[in-house]
Design a protein around this ligand. Structure first.
Ligand code: GLN
Length: 463
């Protein structure tokens, strides 16, 4: 059931907010044990909130599930990590949560994720496995795998995810739902546990493009508590949603359709492009020449920022604390050794290395320069096209455990999603068909703050 139809039903009185919550809690009990999307939920607290909700608000009475890296006052916020799963309770609401509540939504349920959002399969969660609802032997994608699996299995009407290098779009693609990464600065990051601060964005994960437009409208906007959020008006994303694609130019980057893409994925993505052409858009081949450097650039910059952001987890201020330390250094060392999983440690080591004296210029500064080139590729492209179309991921969801010990292979599979974060653009994944029983999404990328047109094009793909 879409958010807009839920809203109509709530307003007409045919369902109540508390009834909806009971319904979801029932579905979580019956369906989630085999999926594993939820880490926790608090039905009583949600019902107490629902009792006084104003149904005339844009999301009045609608429960929204939250990736477990956004703070919700009084609730756990584990980030999929042992570090925060023992004794951390959020002391405040993230700005997106404040905005959801102001729009009448009820934050309900905490969704599994790769530890500190590092991963593409949710297999790096230290807490549990999440399965793809379309094939229980397969990954849901990641890092917002819990969010995607919950929406796809009907245990959430919509969810929030976070995207640093593809973590909203790739699981949306693998689970057959819509996932939107807003432009950098469109949505406040205050209260999102930081992974890589210059790349992170929070965005909607929904059943339909219309729902994504509605939810983005609720969470977007300037926030004085996040100095990287921009003070620009939030358009009514629903108003232009059905304006069609007649006369729009859609760029197909030749670098995104080369070797290594599953033929079934390529066929579906091209079918989506042809659908836009049939609806009046013009397809043009473009070049994003620095695409081949995106993976290397991202995997220098993101770990560098992570190594700095994660230094706050020291056993003193938050979460896990090692028992019986011999001295302060021992406390720091063992708390981090015991609290972090292997992928997080790998990123901290990589990040510390590329920032260390003697290597900083060769790796970190160099990566920042290449990042500028990648951003310019998009700026040049958007001088001639309205949007860029590409695959989200080179293949459909792989089997659980298949490349669990092969981080390089995992990193390489992020090739199509990383550039949007490096450039700061907006990008969306929209379902475009299935290979066998496995859903595939097409990615549409738009210029900075171009969400309205992006959603309009996405709507035309969805049909
Ligand atoms: N897969 C990428 C990584 O592991 C992106 C993750 C994300 O967007 N949070 O860094």
């Amino acid at each position: 059931m879409s958010l807009l139809s839920l809203r109509d039903q709530l307003r007409s009185g045919s369902v109540t907010p508390s009834g909806l919550l009971d319904d979801l809690a029932g579905k979580i009990v019956s369906r989630d044990p085999e999926i594993g999307a939820y880490l926790s939920h608090d039905l009583a607290a949600a019902k107490a909130e629902a009792a006084s909700v104003d149904l005339s608000l844009p999301l009045g009475g609608i429960p929204i599930a939250i990736k477990d890296n956004m703070n919700v006052l009084g609730q756990p916020c584990t980030c999929g990590s042992k570090f925060l799963s023992e004794n951390y309770t959020s002391p405040y609401d993230a700005t997106v949560i404040r905005k959801l509540r102001a729009a009448g939504a009820i934050p309900f349920g905490r969704l599994n994720m790769d530890e500190f959002a590092m991963g593409s399969a949710t297999e790096n969660s230290a807490l549990q496995i999440t399965r793809n609802p379309h094939d229980l032997d397969r990954i849901p994608g990641g890092s917002s795998g819990g969010s995607a699996a919950a929406v796809a299995s009907g245990t959430a009407f919509a969810a929030l995810g976070s995207d640093t290098g593809g973590s909203i779009r790739q699981p949306a693609s693998h689970c057959g739902i819509v996932g939107l990464k807003p432009s950098y600065g469109r949505v406040s990051r205050f209260g999102l546990v930081a992974f890589a601060s210059s790349l992170d964005q929070i965005g909607p994960m929904t059943q339909t493009v219309e729902d994504a437009a509605l939810l983005l409208g609720a969470i977007a906007g300037y926030d004085p508590q996040d100095s990287t959020s921009l003070d620009r008006p939030v358009p009514d994303y629903l108003a232009t949603l059905n304006d069609g694609v007649k006369g729009l130019k859609i760029g197909l980057p030749k670098e995104y359709f080369g070797d290594g893409i599953d033929p079934g994925v390529r066929e579906l993505v091209m079918a989506a492009a042809n659908k836009l052409a049939a609806a009046g858009a013009e397809l043009v081949e473009i070049s994003l020449p620095h695409t081949e450097y995106a993976v290397a650039t991202y995997y220098v910059i993101a770990p560098a920022e992570a190594s700095s952001n994660l230094s706050r987890f020291d056993g003193i201020r938050y979460g896990h604390r090692a028992a019986n330390p011999t001295d302060l250094l021992d406390l720091y060392r063992r708390s981090r050794e015991e609290g972090f999983g292997p992928e997080v440690k790998r990123r901290i080591i990589l990040g510390t290395y590329v920032l260390s004296s003697g290597y900083h210029d060769a790796y970190y500064t160099k990566a920042q320069k290449v990042r500028t080139l990648i951003r310019r590729d998009f700026e040049t492209a958007f001088e001639t096209v309205d949007a860029v179309l590409s695959p989200v991921a080179p293949t459909p969801a792989r089997k659980l455990g298949e490349s669990a010990h092969d981080p390089l292979r995992e990193y390489l599979s992020d090739i199509f999603t990383l550039a949007a974060n490096l450039a700061g653009n907006c990008a969306i994944s929209v379902p475009c068909g299935k290979v066998g029983q496995l859903p595939v999404g097409v990615q549409i990328l738009g210029p900075h703050f171009g969400e309205a047109k992006l959603l309009q094009i996405a709507k035309a793909v969805e049909g």
